[in-house]
Design a protein around this ligand. Structure first.
Ligand code: ZN
Length: 105
């Protein structure tokens, strides 16, 4: 499996650079080092999924992409489960970042 711009976990990892809980100071403990490329964000996103982080795509005003990211503790406390689905469409901004990163690599 490679990076999937429609997967909210992959997309959130890429868009937010890393995952921070929106309700508490917890940050996803990502692995530093290695190449920062789409595979890297894919690894982070899927690892967060495995560890029961909740990533809920929430598009707000216009095209601005927002994700509600919750650590496993907060997700549990709020009764939110992870988002298993794929987004209907990759957000344009994610497509743009993907293209830019592919060009740069
Ligand atoms: Zn939290």
């Amino acid at each position: 499996m490679a990076f999937d711009p429609r997967d909210p976990y992959d997309a959130a990892a890429l868009y937010d650079m890393w995952l921070n809980c929106s309700r508490c100071p917890t940050s996803f403990d990502y692995e530093p080092g290695g190449d920062i490329d789409l595979d890297y964000y894919h690894r982070i996103g899927q690892q967060a999924r495995v560890e029961n982080w909740a990533v809920l795509p929430a598009r707000s005003q216009g095209d601005e992409l927002m994700f509600n990211v919750l650590c496993p503790v907060c997700a549990d406390r709020l009764g939110v489960s992870g988002c298993d689905g794929r987004m209907e469409l990759a957000a344009p901004v994610i497509d743009q970042i993907c293209r830019a990163m592919r060009l740069a690599s």
